[in-house]
Ligand binder design. Structure first.
Ligand code: ZN
Length: 151
């Protein structure tokens, strides 16, 4: 089956477009979880966060920020979520990277990230250990640095 988002980019599937740049397209999600639910996608087929170029992901985010401002002006929601899913367990349904921009209202029926119970704060030693494991796998280039923070 053809990728539905690539079909939209190619103009073979209909979509209500709200904005675009050379590499990025923003359009209303066909399934409006809440009024004004927008998807922002790279025009090139990129499956997920692991496949997208960091610069292109930045372009998706930049358009997402502009869309968020427009949604605030249009719908006056008291809240807004950016939501991006990867893999089946992460809830990704279309295998083409997409950023959801969702105006939010109290009790609008959408998922709460902690499902009600907010986790207790973790112990600092556990967090520091986890941070160390993550840090050593982040490339230190393009101005990214990963020094351990001294207490
Ligand atoms: Zn695609």
């Amino acid at each position: 089956m053809a990728c539905p988002f690539c079909e939209i980019v190619a103009g073979r599937l209909d979509a209500s477009v709200v904005a675009q740049t050379e590499h990025v397209l923003a359009f209303l999600d066909l399934r409006q979880a809440v009024p004004g639910h927008v998807l922002v996608i790279p025009k090139a087929h990129v499956e997920d966060i692991y496949a997208i170029d960091a610069g292109l992901a930045g372009e998706v985010m930049q358009l997402g920020v502009r869309v968020a401002h427009a949604l605030r002006e249009t719908f006056h929601p008291p809240g807004l979520n950016l939501w991006q899913s990867n893999g089946k367990a992460g809830g990704q349904e279309v295998p083409h990277f997409h950023l959801h921009v969702q105006p939010r209202r109290v009790a609008d029926g959408l998922l709460r990230i902690y499902g009600g119970a907010v986790p207790e704060p973790a112990r600092r030693a556990e967090l520091d250990d986890m941070a160390q494991r993550i840090r050593r796998l982040i490339p230190s280039d393009d101005g990214v640095s990963t020094p351990p923070r001294s207490p």
